[in-house]
Design a protein around this ligand. Structure first.
Ligand SMILES: C[S@@+](CC[C@H](N)C(=O)[O-])C[C@H]1O[C@@H](n2cnc3c(N)ncnc32)[C@H](O)[C@@H]1O
Length: 212
């Protein structure tokens, strides 16, 4: 699903201060810099940041990379207009910690956009193997998920109502909640879903929220 369809980012980011929480190789940070933003990319992995710095240099984009946890970012309060996480903090950090941290970093009316695995895909995923058509775990207690038996790591997710409540209670207004439908499907497993599953059910979901 290309960004031209998803539209996670504002088209014009001229003069904006933007931060990516869990930037990995930094391609989203690079896109924001190309749109005119002053960008900080935060990641906990020195190795990922080495790759991100190399790619930023190769593609001639200016991004300030910071090695830190997105749960505790060494930047002052209210220093950004836009915060984003594409499978970074949105997947790997405790939402009860990183969502308030993103709120702290944003200026009033600043936007937080994040995207990760859908709640439905997690409920339909067994401890080992791809998502299927059965409910494999309880919905209401969803929070910390341990995929290490399947070669993954510790991830976080919440019931959909839990995400709404957390965002609202933290001081965000939810502007949008979106579920991504794969444009075409096949039998091969990518990450933990088949293309066919992701065409029939949402495997990815995202949020756009504005700081009140
Ligand atoms: C799947 S990548 C996604 C980032 C980016 N969109 C990409 O595809 O390169 C996940 C990133 O989250 C980072 N990460 C995991 N836990 C983190 C934390 N507590 N704080 C900041 N980054 C974290 C990892 O180091 C990794 O670079």
């Amino acid at each position: 699903m290309p960004e031209t369809d998803l539209r996670l980012l504002p088209g014009d980011m001229n003069g904006m201060d933007a931060i990516e929480l869990g930037c990995g190789t930094g391609y989203v940070s690079g896109w924001m810099a190309r749109r005119g933003a002053r960008v900080v990319g935060v990641d906990i992995s020195a190795e990922q940041l080495r790759t991100a710095r190399r790619l930023a240099e190769q593609h001639r984009v200016e991004v300030t990379f910071v090695e830190a946890s997105a749960e505790e970012v060494p930047c002052p309060d209210e220093s950004f207009d836009f915060a984003i996480s594409e499978y970074g903090a949105a997947t790997w950090c405790d939402p009860h910690v990183w969502i308030p941290e993103a709120h702290r970093l944003l200026r009033p009316s600043g936007e937080l956009v994040f995207m990760s695995n859908s709640t439905l895909s997690v409920v339909c995923s067994p401890d080992v193997g791809p998502a299927g058509e059965r409910l494999e775990r309880d919905y209401f207690p969803l929070h910390r998920l341990d995929w290490r038996q399947d070669g993954g790591g510790i991830e976080f997710n919440l019931p959909v109502s839990g995400w709404f409540r957390l965002l609202r209670d933290t001081g965000f207004e939810v502007v949008d909640f979106f579920e991504v439908q794969a444009p075409s499907g096949g039998d091969e497993v990518n990450f933990f879903v088949t293309g066919d599953w992701a065409r029939r059910f949402p495997s990815e979901q995202g949020w756009r929220a504005r700081k009140r």
